[in-house]
Design a protein around this ligand. Structure first.
Ligand code: 0O2
Length: 218
């Protein structure tokens, strides 16, 4: 049975989620400016494909707190979960991930608190993505409130894989049969090889076009 917040905590959570919504919106605006500027500077070699975001639904927050054995309260969600506000950046090529992570690190007005490189060090499942937790300050009701936003950077192919694996995990309630998990690991490895081969082709095209700027400078 799905776990739920009690009525009082649900009301507290709804109020808290408003602040996350504002932090999320602030961060999305900052990133969309970077995206627009890169379109002007880099044209077709823009390292960002797309940017999407979501605020975790109360049922998912309750489910994650329960899974991690934390109290089902709004305060516990604030203290223990760092992906309530999430942003996903789909990068054109795998190495663009590191270039964009560098840009995010240098952004004024934010503080990067955690970085996890599951691109170079994939999870056992085969999952690849670059995770950053950043803190952003929002000003409201006469106070500055600092909240975390999780940014996931991945290629289109990594995203395709993660979406499929998420569906499989959901279907099998986290107990994926071995033949399927082996197949997923093999697909993830092949995707990594393809991601690497694709940017070699892009480099060749850039050379032919005489671009004096590479798509990334790590
Ligand atoms: P949803 O529905 O995606 O929002 P940790 O493992 O704790 O050291 P990590 O991995 O940064 O650190 O944190 P966490 O909480 O495990 O994962 C955060 C999010 O990363 C997940 O959110 C997923 O979006 C994604 N993710 C992490 N691992 C995997 C994986 O193995 N497969 C897939 N498909 N996605 C993954 P949620 O909470 O799962 O939900």
């Amino acid at each position: 049975m799905a776990v739920k917040f009690c009525e009082l905590e649900f009301e507290r959570l709804k109020k808290l989620l408003l602040s996350y919504e504002w932090a999320h919106r602030t961060m999305l605006t900052k990133l969309s400016i970077i995206h627009d500027a890169l379109k002007v500077e880099r044209g077709a070699a823009n390292p960002i494909g797309s940017i999407a975001g979501r605020i975790k639904a109360p049922e998912s927050i309750a489910g994650k707190l329960h899974k991690l054995n934390f109290e089902l309260t709004a305060e516990s969600a604030r203290k223990n979960l760092f992906d309530i506000a999430g942003i996903r950046i789909i990068c054109s090529y795998a190495r663009d991930i590191y270039y964009l992570a560098g840009l995010i690190r240098e952004m004024p007005g934010i503080n990067v608190t955690t970085e996890k490189d599951y691109v170079t060090n994939p999870k056992k499942s085969g999952y690849r993505s670059y995770h950053m937790i950043i803190e952003v300050g929002i000003y409201h009701s006469g106070n500055i409130e600092t909240l975390p936003v999780e940014i996931q950077l991945r290629t289109e192919a990594m995203n395709f894989w993660a979406t499929l694996e998420h569906q499989v995990k959901y279907k099998y309630k986290d107990e994926i049969p071995k033949h399927l998990s082996d197949e997923l690991i093999s697909c993830a490895d092949q995707i990594a090889v393809l991601d690497n081969r694709m940017f070699v082709i892009q480099d060749i095209v850039s050379l032919i076009n005489g671009d004096n700027e590479k798509s990334t400078d790590i």
